[in-house]
Design a protein around this ligand. Structure first.
Ligand code: 3PY
Length: 222
């Protein structure tokens, strides 16, 4: 079963951000029970060649790999998916319009995502066109809810077709609300609303855990 299918099924999953741009880190993490790895290209010094090597290493060790890009630009989404990543985490998504643009950029069919058979996603020309389209049909797209505007607009964001789930960023939310604690009541209230809206839309919710102790509490909250 693919990572995307497991996410859709609602299994509790555990991933880690990877901050060090060296493929050996991916190889080592490939031997763990983690369900996926997420390259943190927003807050770490990953260049495109580093991302390429990391995706190659993840595929070699059979570990699903996503990347958190620094922004929501279609050029970055295209490069990442062409390299054969399983999906993307997009930071600071605050409106349904932004979410729709991201989904369009990540999918073939309506001109949103450019198509080339010469990429890793296309098996460097070895996949037929249909096989390539089938293999890349549903990349995992997690939108990060980490701004007060995103919390206000959450019902519209989760209604966007093609979004695979939401990813709560409690640290950015805390900063935005002027508190310095990931479990401050203001942050927890916002999370509760986001989780309820995502549930209603039958979307899974991911969240950054500030410590290993926070993991169980997050699973318990859904
Ligand atoms: C946040 O907590 O704001 C994050 O983006 C986690 O990486």
């Amino acid at each position: 079963m693919t990572f995307h299918d497991r996410l859709k099924q609602g299994s509790p999953l555990l991933a880690t951000f990877v901050k060090t741009p060296h493929p050996m880190v991916i190889e080592v993490l490939g031997g763990t029970a983690l369900d996926a790895l997420i390259l943190d290209c927003e807050h770490s010094p990953f260049g495109w060649a580093d991302i390429d090597r990391a995706v190659l290493a993840a595929r070699a060790v059979g570990k699903p790999i996503l990347a958190r890009l620094p922004d929501d630009q279609p050029t970055g989404l295209l490069k990442l998916l062409d390299m054969g990543a399983d999906g993307v985490v997009v930071p600071h998504v605050s409106t349904a319009r932004q979410a729709r643009d991201i989904v369009r950029a990540a999918h073939y069919g309506d001109g949103g995502r450019g198509f080339a058979t010469t990429t890793r996603a296309g098996g460097y020309g070895r996949l037929g066109m249909k096989e390539h389209l089938d293999a890349s049909a549903a990349p995992t797209i997690l939108v990060q809810i980490e701004d007060p505007a995103a919390v206000d607009n959450i019902d519209d964001i989760v209604a966007v077709p093609g979004i695979s789930g939401v990813f709560i960023g409690p640290a950015d939310l805390a900063i935005a609300y002027g508190v310095n604690d990931l479990s401050a009541p203001r942050v927890i209230d916002a999370m509760t609303g986001v989780i309820a809206s995502a549930r209603k839309a039958a979307l899974p919710v991911a969240c950054f855990a500030g410590s290993s102790g926070a993991v169980k509490a997050l699973y318990d909250r859904g």
